[in-house]
Design a protein around this ligand. Structure first.
Ligand SMILES: [Zn+2]
Length: 81
């Protein structure tokens, strides 16, 4: 019987969490620049956000793939709160 969540799951979950936090921070920064009318900063941060969305896709994909292959059961991220 598998440890639940297993160590790999926990590691992937932590990675997803950090990428999601980064997306929130970037979105807030873009919002701030937008409110300030700083169009060049909005553009710069928007490109950064695009890259971060790619990392989020891969991080979530890796987590789902692991759950499928290892038959881990997704757990709430209580330890991250
Ligand atoms: Zn696992």
């Amino acid at each position: 019987m598998q440890e639940n969540p297993c160590a790999v799951y926990t590691q992937l979950q932590l990675h997803v969490n950090s990428v999601l936090v980064k997306l929130v921070e970037l979105s807030q920064a873009i919002h701030g620049a937008f409110l300030n009318g700083d169009e060049s900063e909005v553009s710069r941060l928007d490109r950064e956000l695009e890259g971060e969305i790619g990392r989020k896709e891969r991080a979530l994909g890796a987590l789902r793939q692991h759950v499928k292959e290892h038959e881990c059961v997704p757990s709430r991220s209580r330890q991250l709160e």
